[in-house]
Design a protein around this ligand. Structure first.
Ligand code: ZN
Ligand code: ZN
Length: 265
């Protein structure tokens, strides 16, 4: 996790010698700095998959693709983003599957106030390990729940605490937009879904896109820990932050190892 929140999102996924980025909501200089903390050269990334056109997900994608030769994959709606205006985008539809290196990337439509937003499930063809990435979702749709069955790792939005949103600094109209079924997923909804999605194979649960005004990592983590306490889950639970690089989340070991937080250079 190279950073997650309303000021920028980017997730690096590595499988054998292939690397992809899910979202690129940071400028190229910021992104290069974050990759440097984990010794990854930006040129070694093959492709960027963009979930939707909001700035915190797409801001640097076009510039990075041009600078470092990445392929960019997005839906037709997302491809209309201003940040992708000069980029040749490989269009992917919801439900479609792309094979890249030894990864299989499957796209699922997500309920969000964006133009054709999607989430992804990335599967290693070498080990069969599957990671689901769903954030900026107003609710967990049937399609998302289906896509999340039998995962080894789940990156799930845990955006806001309902009380903190209600009593927080946002005007009423913005509160309603965040809480609506095409807005952002609350801690309560996130933990309720995770509790049901937990299977013995789930090794890592990562809470993503936490609000800086209406949530804290402690509150989100406490919610999630409480929800999965009586389930079969024995993996790690991590809250991704806006300005912290955290990882790696290795899959396939006998016991899930806790990730490390890297201080930015
Ligand atoms: Zn966002
Ligand atoms: Zn969004």
């Amino acid at each position: 996790m190279l950073g997650s929140g309303s000021s920028g999102n980017a997730i690096l996924i590595e499988c054998d010698d292939s690397r992809i980025l899910i979202d690129c909501g940071f400028g190229t200089r910021t992104l290069a700095g974050r990759l440097e903390t984990i010794d990854v050269a930006p040129e070694s990334i093959d492709a960027c998959f963009v979930t939707h056109e909001h700035t915190d997900h797409v801001k640097g994608a076009g510039a990075a693709a041009k600078k470092w030769g990445w392929a960019v994959y997005a839906t037709r709606g997302t491809a209309k983003a201003r940040d992708l205006a000069e980029t040749r985008v490989h269009e992917i539809g919801a439900g479609e599957t792309i094979e890249l290196g030894r990864m299989t990337i499957t796209t699922t439509a997500t309920p969000h106030d964006a133009n054709e937003s999607v989430g992804f499930v990335v599967e290693s063809r070498a080990t069969g390990a599957r990671t689901g990435l769903f954030y900026d979702i107003g609710h967990v749709s049937r399609a998302i729940a289906d896509a999340c069955q039998g995962l080894d790792m789940l990156v799930l939005e845990s955006n806001h605490d309902d009380d903190m949103l209600r009593n927080g600094p946002y005007p009423k109209w913005l509160q309603m937009r965040i809480a609506c079924p095409t807005g952002h997923l609350s801690n309560a909804d996130s933990s309720a879904f995770a509790r049901d999605a937990v299977t013995p194979g789930l090794q890592h649960l990562v809470l993503a896109h936490l609000s800086e005004n209406c949530n804290t990592p402690e509150v989100a983590l406490a919610n999630m820990r409480g929800a999965v306490r009586r389930t079969a889950f024995t993996g790690t639970i991590t809250a991704a932050k806006q300005d912290v690089v955290v990882g790696p989340f290795a899959l396939g070991g006998r016991k899930a190892e806790a990730p490390i937080q890297y201080s930015l250079l």
